[in-house]
Design a protein around this ligand. Structure first.
Ligand code: G
Ligand code: G
Ligand code: MN
Ligand code: NA
Length: 253
């Protein structure tokens, strides 16, 4: 049995666990939410990172129950945090194949109702390539999700090739600037210019801008000076299990 064959069982038996990485507002330094990142706690192979099994799952219908499981688990966690007075929006990564699935929107709305979580507490991150796979359809699906009150972000922005014509018409709220630009903005003048241009583009389109992969204080300062709204990265915190995230979050308040 290859990894893929084992994955179905792994989803059902709770071997997939979520780690959470915080996002912080750059001016107020308030933690506004977390990104859920899945890991596979394999009984024999140890922890398997998502890069090793998500691409496999994406080639099969297995990505549907997998994404549903991740959203449901993140929403259940969000509901617990809310009950404990921790106001954290949770972001989940969504694959192209999820967006093209007829049942996706209804599934997400049903999970929100079942977990009793307001739609505003959920963010979905979609890559540019997922949107460009079928822009008209993506626009329609994203429109239904946005109408329901879910926050929508374009992940890894700048790494793909969203045409600006599409970007203008997409019902999205945030641009997450790809970490390849962010990581080198203190050493590479072009990357610094690109980051500033994306922040400006985002703001001109009425979008919140998020820098991912912020690894040091110098990068944080540059981003803040550029007017970037939110930051995420090792400089703040690594992705952590829920219990660890709670300790970290409580210490920032
Ligand atoms: O956590 P890590 O940096 O190893 O994640 C590697 C990649 O896996 C990232 O591109 C991330 O977006 C993706 N990823 C992590 N969790 C999920 C998930 O639940 N669903 C999807 N589709 N991708 C995920
Ligand atoms: O593609 P996506 O943006 O969803 O990927 C998120 C991935 O980026 C996660 O796997 C996470 O572990 C990783 N990540 C988060 N912060 C940093 C960082 O500061 N530096 C690097 N190199 N990777 C990061
Ligand atoms: Mn992401
Ligand atoms: Na990203």
């Amino acid at each position: 049995l290859g990894l893929l064959g084992e994955l179905r069982r792994a989803i059902d038996s709770g071997e997939l666990v979520l780690h959470y990485q915080p996002k912080m507002a750059m001016v107020s330094e308030e933690v506004c939410g977390v990104e859920a990142l899945v890991r596979w706690q394999h009984p024999e192979r140890g922890i398997i990172p998502p890069a090793l099994f998500i691409p496999l799952a994406e080639r099969t219908p297995l990505i549907h129950p997998l994404t549903r499981y991740v959203i449901d688990t993140a929403l259940a966690q969000c509901a617990r945090w809310q009950a404990e007075g921790r106001t954290l929006q949770v972001a989940v990564n969504v694959s192209a194949r999820n967006l093209l699935d007829d049942g996706f929107v209804d599934d997400v709305l049903e999970l929100l109702v079942r977990r009793g979580v307001p739609a505003a507490c959920l963010e979905l991150e979609v890559t540019e390539s997922a949107i460009m796979a079928d822009p008209a359809r993506a626009q329609q699906i994203l429109g239904r999700l946005a109408d329901a009150g879910i926050t929508l972000s374009i992940d890894d922005f700048g790494a793909g090739y969203t045409s600006l014509a599409h970007l203008k018409d997409l019902p999205i709220h945030q641009l997450k600037i790809d970490r390849s630009f962010v990581a080198s903005m203190t050493t590479d003048r072009s990357d610094a210019l690109i980051v500033r241009a994306v922040v400006e583009l985002g703001h001109n389109l009425g979008l919140t801008t998020v820098a991912e992969g912020v690894e040091d204080e110098a990068t944080w300062q540059r981003l803040r000076a550029a007017g970037c709204d939110l930051a995420q990265g090792y400089h703040l915190a690594r992705p952590m299990p829920a219990s660890e995230l709670e300790g970290w979050y409580d210490a920032t308040r």
